[in-house]
Write a protein that binds this ligand. Structure first.
Ligand code: C2E
Ligand code: CA
Ligand code: CA
Length: 774
């Protein structure tokens, strides 16, 4: 982990340490250097002072010696007589006695009389005579340059008693003198002089290499005269002193060796470096250890968090600092919460919230996961007419019924290996080892035992679809569709158990689609009503209409009502349609009333189920009331068959309709096996003779006779008669003669959309019974 907390700590620690050490080293070395410079400077100062002292001594010596000489009688006489040999020898003798290197005699007007130095040129002599001017007061020595060397020179007058000459003596500043000075001062000494030709010469205690090094940087001399400096030559601290302030470029340079100090300095630096390196190494170790011990709890926490992140359950962290312990606890709590939520979510996504059984999603997954190893029998159970039960006992009770049913499912024998509630009242059971129809029927017997809800017994009927997985394996979607087909067949044929047979998929696919999409289609407005006129043939007036439902399915196109009504009846969805049609028809009545279509009677078709729904009359009354509609505008059409399913209840419901003031018609009269005797007991006011008798009555005398008899008998019971499905004009005439009241059929009009019906109706009645072209 190149970027880890631990490495950052170590780097920070070491960086700080290095910075501190570097600062210390710079400070110490600089201080040492300055201290050393100061000391050297002092040593040099001493040397300089000593050197000046030496020069002063020699000057004194020269003066004394010259005083003796200039007072010497023999010398004076030799000068006076001009004995040049004598003069020279006296000068030499005297000079050598004090160790002078040069002896000179000048005439009072500055002419050279005698000299121990050969080759004195005019400039030299001028310099000497110039010296005499300053020497008048018996003064100090001067440094003069002759013959590439500096001389410390003193001159004194020789008087007898008047001035007869000037005598001068000088010490040369040569290497020897330098050596002597070195011996006294302890520093190297160099004399540097520039002669009248501008040539520099050097006399030094240094060897020739160092000397030439000095000669190469003579331009530094003025600088060195101001302050001692290094590098003249290398490893020396040097100070230059101008020997004579009148004659330029006569220098003495004192050189103090730096070598020892440099060695000391280097030693100090090296020691510091090794200390530096040592502490660095040590600090690295310490930092690594320290950061390790500092970051270990963090690492533990990181590991702890990582394990939690993986959904594991790491043991609690021991001995961690308080902050980290809090963090670890928080993480644990967080993990627990997340886990609990996850468990909840998984549970909710795989379980039915009402019964706690596995849901459709879980069922699909279970089947999917089993894959090819899936075998045995799949069973899909459906509570027959559960919607109706729902209406009867209310939602809350129906829910408890479902829960009780689910609990009972868990206790039946044989126990299913997997159990799920797919939706509503559909339950899926899986028997891994298969189950026979007989055994399943026994299990269903157990399930159909009455349930006790709020002290009353509720009986249920069960329809079951069966699918042998060994015979009809396949993808989950296919399996579920097939078992639904089997169940649908059970519902349609009103059989307890239907086993799926291969090759029925396509045949039943359409039915399945219709059944499954009916409710959504109603919600999404795929349905509408059409209206077929009913004409009073005795007066040639249209007095009413029948509302007929239409479904325009987005994929299947127009679906005939016979088809989906039948499926809806068998699967218990018909009440949805009836409710929708009733509302829709009443809304239409209100619209027509607003348009001036007053007194039109509208009939709607109800089915057997509606006739056992005892709350329906109340609901219809409420619907009429909220719309402010008179009850006699609404007619109900029911078939004989529907009434005969449960005649007792049907009659009581019909009676309630009558009490409300609704008209009631027996639809499709003649197709059922009931007789007119039954009609007598029914609270109806209209009978509609089925199209099957009407359509051939012109040619078939038998049919014509049945129609005539039916009309007569119906009239005798006090009901009005409607002939259905009349397609030919002559039929109307025959029917009129037979006393038939109303005719409904293509002869007048096919069922029309609301708007078209309105126009048809207005025109038909205005033209006194002539059908407008539609
Ligand atoms: P139904 O109640 O006997 O309705 C009369 C049927 O006969 C209608 O068929 C109508 O279009 C058709 N028809 C009328 N005159 C003639 C004609 O001259 N010749 C021929 N060939 N047919 C004629 P539709 O609309 O297809 O309805 C069929 C059945 O579907 C209806 O028979 C009824 O039982 C059912 N149905 C229609 N609408 C509803 C509804 O809203 N609720 C319920 N429960 N059933 C409905
Ligand atoms: Ca009808
Ligand atoms: Ca009919």
């Amino acid at each position: 982990m190149p970027n880890s907390y631990r490495i950052r700590l170590v780097v920070a620690f070491v960086l700080v340490l290095m910075l501190v050490q570097l600062a210390t080293a710079v400070f110490v070395l600089d201080a040492a250097h300055r201290q050393q410079m100061l000391q050297q400077q002092r040593t040099l100062d001493v040397g300089i002072n000593v050197f000046r002292e030496v020069l002063a001594n020699r000057s004194l010596q020269l003066n004394n010696s010259l005083s003796v000489l200039s007072a010497d009688f023999g010398f004076k006489r030799a000068i006076a007589t001009g004995e040049s040999d004598t003069i020279l020898s006296v000068l030499e003798n005297h000079g050598s006695r004090i160790g002078a290197d040069a002896a000179i005699l000048l005439s009072p007007d500055g002419k050279l009389i005698s000299s121990s130095i050969a080759d004195l040129d005019k400039a030299d002599i001028d310099a000497l005579s110039e010296l005499t001017d300053s020497m008048n007061d018996g003064g100090a020595a001067r440094i003069l340059s002759f013959d590439n060397a500096s001389y410390q020179f003193v001159m004194q007058p020789v008087k007898a008693p008047t001035l007869i000459a000037w005598v001068g003596m000088g010490f040369v500043m040569d290497r020897q003198v330098a050596q002597q000075a070195k011996a006294i001062t302890g520093v190297e000494v160099s004399f540097i002089n520039k002669d009248s030709n501008g040539q520099f010469a050097i006399q030094s205690t240094f060897d020739s290499t160092s000397q030439s090094a000095l000669l190469s940087q003579l331009n530094r001399l003025p600088e060195l005269s101001r302050e001692a400096a290094e590098g003249f030559p290398a490893h020396y601290l040097s100070y230059a002193l101008e020997l004579d302030d009148k004659s330029a470029d006569q220098w003495v340079v004192l050189h103090l060796s730096n070598l020892k100090w440099e060695q000391n300095y280097e030693h100090l630096r090296n020691s510091m470096l090794s200390i530096f390196a040592g502490t660095l190494a040590l600090s690295l170790l310490v930092a690594a250890w320290l950061s390790g011990s500092l970051t270990r709890p963090v690492h533990t926490l990181v590991e702890f968090a990582r394990l939690i992140g993986q959904g594991q359950n790491p043991p609690p962290i021991k001995g961690a600092p308080a902050e980290l312990a809090v963090l670890a606890d928080t993480l644990t709590v967080m993990r627990d919460n997340i886990e609990a939520r996850e468990r909840d979510l998984i549970y909710q996504s795989t379980h039915d919230s009402l019964t706690g059984l596995a849901n459709r999603f879980a069922a699909k997954r279970t089947l999917q996961d089993a894959g090819d190893s899936l075998s045995g029998t799949l069973v899909l159970l459906d509570l027959k007419h559960f919607r109706h039960i729902n209406d009867m006992i209310g939602f809350a009770n129906a829910d408890s019924l479902l829960v009780m049913f689910a609990r009972r499912l868990e206790t039946i024998t044989p126990a299913p290996d997997f159990l799920a509630r797919l939706d509503g009242d559909a339950f899926l059971l899986l028997y891994n080892n298969g189950i026979t129809e007989t055994v399943l029927s026994d299990a269903i017997d157990q399930l159909e035992a009455p349930f006790s809800i709020q002290d009353s017994n509720i009986s249920i009927k069960i329809r079951a679809g069966m699918l042998s997985l060994t015979e009809h394996g396949g993808k989950v979607g296919v399996l579920l569709r097939r078992i639904e087909i089997a169940l649908m067949q059970a519902c349609l044929s009103d059989t307890r158990i239907v086993a799926y047979r291969s090759g029925e998929d396509e045949k039943y696919q359409r039915e399945l689609t219709i059944i499954n999409q009916l409710e959504r289609g109603l919600e999404q407005g795929q349905f509408h009503l059409v209206f077929q006129p009913k004409v009073d043939i005795q007066n040639n007036r249209c007095s009413g209409a029948e509302a007929l439902i239409r479904w325009d399915h987005p994929e299947l196109g127009p679906i005939r009502p016979d088809e989906f009504i039948l499926l809806a009846e068998h699967t218990g969805n018909i009440d949805l349609i009836s409710q929708w049609v009733l509302r829709q028809a009443m809304d239409q009545l209100v619209l027509w009333q607003d348009e001036g279509l007053v007194g039109l009677k509208l009939a709607v078709n109800l089915s057997a189920h509606d006739l056992v729904n005892e709350s329906l009359p109340g609901q219809i009354a409420e619907m009429l009331e909220t719309r402010g509609l008179a009850p006699d505008l609404l007619a109900i059409e029911v078939t004989e068959g529907a009434v005969m399913r449960d005649p007792m209840t049907a009659v009581s419901v019909l009676q309630k309709f009558r009490d409300l003031g609704l008209s009631i018609a027996i639809d499709d009269f003649g197709t059922g096996h009931s007789s007119l005797a039954y009609l007598k007991m029914l609270p109806v006011n209209e009978v509609k003779i089925d199209r099957s008798f009407i359509k051939d009555m012109l040619t078939n005398t038998h049919d014509a006779m049945i129609v005539e008899t039916s009309i007569a008998l119906t009239h005798s019971l006090g009901f009005s008669v409607t002939a259905e499905g009349v397609e030919e004009r002559q039929t109307i005439d025959v029917l009129r003669q037979q006393g038939c009241d109303l005719v409904q059929g293509y002869v007048y009009s096919r069922p029309l959309a609301a708007r078209d019906f309105y126009h048809w109706y207005v025109e038909f009645n205005q033209q006194g019974g002539v059908s407008p072209q539609t």
